[in-house]
Design a protein around this ligand. Structure first.
Ligand SMILES: NC(=O)C1=CN([C@@H]2O[C@H](COP(=O)(O)OP(=O)(O)OC[C@H]3O[C@@H](n4cnc5c(N)ncnc54)[C@H](O)[C@@H]3O)[C@@H](O)[C@H]2O)C=CC1
Ligand SMILES: O=C1[C@@H](O)[C@H](O)[C@@H](O)[C@H](O)[C@H]1O
Length: 345
């Protein structure tokens, strides 16, 4: 990796400038200190050009591996399709460049394990995974309140994960690997313990969903200490994007609702808007995530969810996908011991 002059902005290269990549490019360009977008690439060059319109000094490159190797790219953000993550992240590790990879780290656990092994071989953590909820002020508050003992020992979690609509032909497994995977990560992060089993229930599907997708799903997670978490995943809920979480403890509960800006009262009715999608609901989380990644990368530190966290989430998701085929039957989540490299956080 080319040496960065102290004090110079971190030059970020972005692979994939679709919905998330374009959003991250805009956030880095407008709201993150100490970084600038140096290069972008996308299979659709027009999309890449549109993403950097008005951003001084940003270039469109044609090849993602060329972007990883580029001398004017200090750190890489991977926001391309899930199936591309593994080889791009491995290329970054080999090049010794910090990389923030969107979730899921890889579609299946084997790919994530290869990334963990590559980092172990390199002897350093370079990979961060885009589990942005760890930066959401609401989730951070729940974690801190829990740690301070505000509600006593945790017993149960009730979680809701609703999208307005999914992409056409999303398989039922996509509800687990694309959406519930955030819950798997945030639940183990909130509780600081591992998920040990996943059970999936398939209620009557919405008649508004075309194709074979079973939507909604109800997922029940068990943890190492015996806590239970239920997660409703409903990705065609029509009315908007809605993420909720209630942690029930021995002394009270911590309820995380949609952050409401204005609640209108008129004609004896109370109304407030619901988010359109994750970009507005988690805008501040993405900004904080990017800022922390940039600050850490500039200091030679890995921040946020690491490759091990990414791997564990894919193992839990794989158990969830297996559980889809045997509704009501728990499927164990089996993990190898956590490598030494990931012991300190
Ligand atoms: N953290 C979060 O809340 C969210 C994360 N995601 C994740 O972000 C990633 C991107 O998702 P979206 O932006 O929604 O998808 P998208 O389909 O809108 O964008 C993906 C882009 O990657 C490009 N691409 C695919 N293969 C490529 C390659 N080999 N080289 C360069 N460009 C390539 C496509 O042309 C497309 O423009 C996915 O991994 C997804 O799971 C998506 C939504 C929210
Ligand atoms: O990652 C995301 C999307 O891919 C997924 O489709 C949504 O359900 C999640 O809430 C969002 O954060």
């Amino acid at each position: 990796m080319a040496e960065r002059e102290p004090g110079r902005e971190l030059r970020v290269g972005v692979v994939g400038t679709g919905i998330m990549g374009a959003d991250h490019v805009r956030t880095i360009a407008t709201s993150v200190a100490g970084a600038r977008v140096s290069a972008v690439t996308d299979l659709d060059a027009e999309r890449a050009r549109a993403a950097i319109a008005g951003i001084d000094g940003a270039r469109v490159l044609s090849d993602p591996f060329g972007l990883v190797a580029d001398d004017e790219v200090d750190a890489v953000l991977v926001a391309s399709a899930d199936a591309t993550h593994e080889e791009l992240v491995l290329a970054c590790v080999q090049a010794g460049k910090p990389v923030l990879c969107e979730k899921p780290l890889t579609p299946a656990p084997e790919g994530s394990l290869r990334i963990v092994e590559a980092e172990e071989k390199a002897g350093r953590r370079l990979v961060s995974v885009g589990f942005m909820r760890r930066y959401d002020p609401g989730y951070v508050d729940v974690k801190e309140s829990l740690r301070e003992g505000v509600v006593g020992a945790p017993l149960l979690l009730h979680c809701v994960h609703r999208n307005a609509s999914s992409r056409p032909n999303t398989p039922s497994s996509g509800l687990i690997t694309g959406s519930a995977v955030h819950e798997f990560d945030v639940i183990r992060w909130l509780l600081d313990e591992e998920i040990t089993q996943v059970t999936v229930f398939r209620p009557r599907p919405s008649s508004l969903v075309v194709g074979d997708t079973t939507d909604p799903l109800l997922v029940l997670l068990g943890t190492a200490s015996g806590l239970l978490a239920d997660v409703e995943v409903f990705v065609n809920a029509q009315y908007g994007y809605d993420v909720r979480c209630e942690l029930v403890g021995e002394l009270g509960s911590l309820y995380l609702d949609e952050p409401v800006q204005v609640r209108r009262r008129a004609e004896r009715t109370r109304t407030s808007t619901v988010s359109l999608d994750w970009r507005d609901r988690f805008a501040e989380a993405y900004r904080r995530e990017l800022q922390d990644w940039v600050t850490g990368a500039a200091a030679g530190e890995q921040r946020g969810a690491d490759a091990w966290d990414g791997y564990v989430a894919t193992v839990a998701a794989a158990a969830g996908v297996a559980a889809l085929d045997k509704p009501g039957i728990p499927v164990p989540v089996e993990l190898p011991p956590r490598p030494e490299l990931y012991a300190t956080r």
